[in-house]
Design a protein around this ligand. Structure first.
Ligand code: GRF
Length: 210
């Protein structure tokens, strides 16, 4: 039985997608806790409605990033986490934090990394005139939006797209690839080698809706 803890800051739709897939497919997991730095995060309501224990750790209550991350580690380890899922968690984590969870902390980013790390990815893809865009699930390493890629999902950019229409299409893909990546992890199919993730037995790690 795997223990999963998730960190969120907002809507929590990725957490919801993962939880619903876990329930529908009867994964051998327990969602031991959901922690938010934002007391208003909507995702907390979903977690509570499913009986998952929740915690708010407001970063504004801490004097430094180090102090916040230490408190976060304390809470996460109290819950017990074989897998730590960042699902729209909008804080940069310290190298010490990331080291502590090395190999068991994953994130989703709304672009086809290494293109467009950071914020405003949909606007950037539109401005660049790209014809496709997407999302990436990756293990977290010290750099922002870096780390070995588990899988990517590609969607088309349509002629009349604006950032919000494009974001909605990417979000649908996120809700498909994040549960998929978690399922691979809990089934122990992932092997990290340098900056590459191999999946055993092999399966496509690039999903395209184009
Ligand atoms: C998603 O677009 C995710 O890729 C990014 O933050 C957003 C979180 O959405 N990291 P939600 O809170 O899971 O609905």
């Amino acid at each position: 039985m795997h223990s999963i803890v998730s960190l969120i800051s907002g809507r929590g739709s990725n957490l919801e997608a993962i939880f619903k897939t876990a329930t529908a497919k009867s994964w051998d997991v327990r969602f031991t806790g959901v922690i938010s730095n934002n007391p208003e995060a909507k995702g907390l309501d979903f977690a509570r409605s499913q009986g998952i224990s929740t915690q708010v750790l407001n970063h504004r209550d801490f004097a430094s990033r180090d102090a916040f991350d230490k408190a976060l580690i304390h809470e996460i380890d109290h819950y017990g986490a074989d897998l730590l899922i960042l699902a729209g968690f909008m804080r940069i984590l310290t190298p010490a934090f990331i080291k502590h969870y090395e190999g068991r902390i994953i994130n989703i980013h709304p672009s086809l990394l290494p293109r467009y790390p950071g914020l405003h990815t949909h606007e950037s893809a539109l401005e660049a005139g790209d014809t496709t865009h997407g999302a990436t699930v990756h293990f977290v390493s010290a750099g922002v939006d870096e780390g070995p890629i588990i899988c990517q999902g590609e969607v088309p950019i349509l002629l009349d797209d604006d950032a919000s229409r494009l974001a909605a299409r990417v979000l649908k893909m996120e809700h498909y690839i994040y549960p998929l990546a978690v399922e691979w992890f809990i089934n122990q199919r992932l092997q990290i080698e340098g900056n590459t993730v191999h999946i055993h037995p092999p399966e496509s790690q690039y999903i395209s809706f184009t």
